[in-house]
Design a protein around this ligand. Sequence first.
Ligand code: HEC
Length: 129
Amino acid sequence: MQKLLIIFTLLVLVSCKKESQEPFGKPQQTADSTTIKSPEIVGKEIFENKGNCIACHLPDKKLIGPSLHDIAKIYKDKNADMVAFLKGDGEPIVDPNQYEVMKTNFAITEEMSDEELQALEAYIYFNLK
Ligand code: HEC
């Protein structure tokens, strides 16, 4: 019984130690790209996978939708709110004639968190270069 108690105490000590050391361990993790990713990289992943935006948008060429470069340029010039647009709260400013096609994606983007939409925006702006 006493042995068990000692083991238990040791376990508690070890787990406390780990927790209190965490803040000091964090800065080292920045070097590891799998733990901390920039919004552009997160956005690219959403763009190509979950969002399936890549089916219609290429970085620098018009496909079914305008290129990301064109979208980024127009949004920057007009200082427009891309996150609001993707929530269905904005007006189309890039190619209003084709708005109906883009609109079908709001079913996906409206389910996304603000962080995900901001990551998508960051990735689209990343293509401005
Ligand atoms: C079925 C094809 C298709 C898919 C998939 C698609 N888009 Fe589009 N997108 C379009 C078309 C067409 C336009 C041009 C119409 C317009 O400007 O609204 C457009 C326009 C846009 C615009 C500019 C809107 C504006 O103000 O005019 C943004 C931003 C955008 N898409 C982001 C996305 C994102 C993010 C995704 C993935 C979640 C996505 N699109 C998926 C076809 C698509």
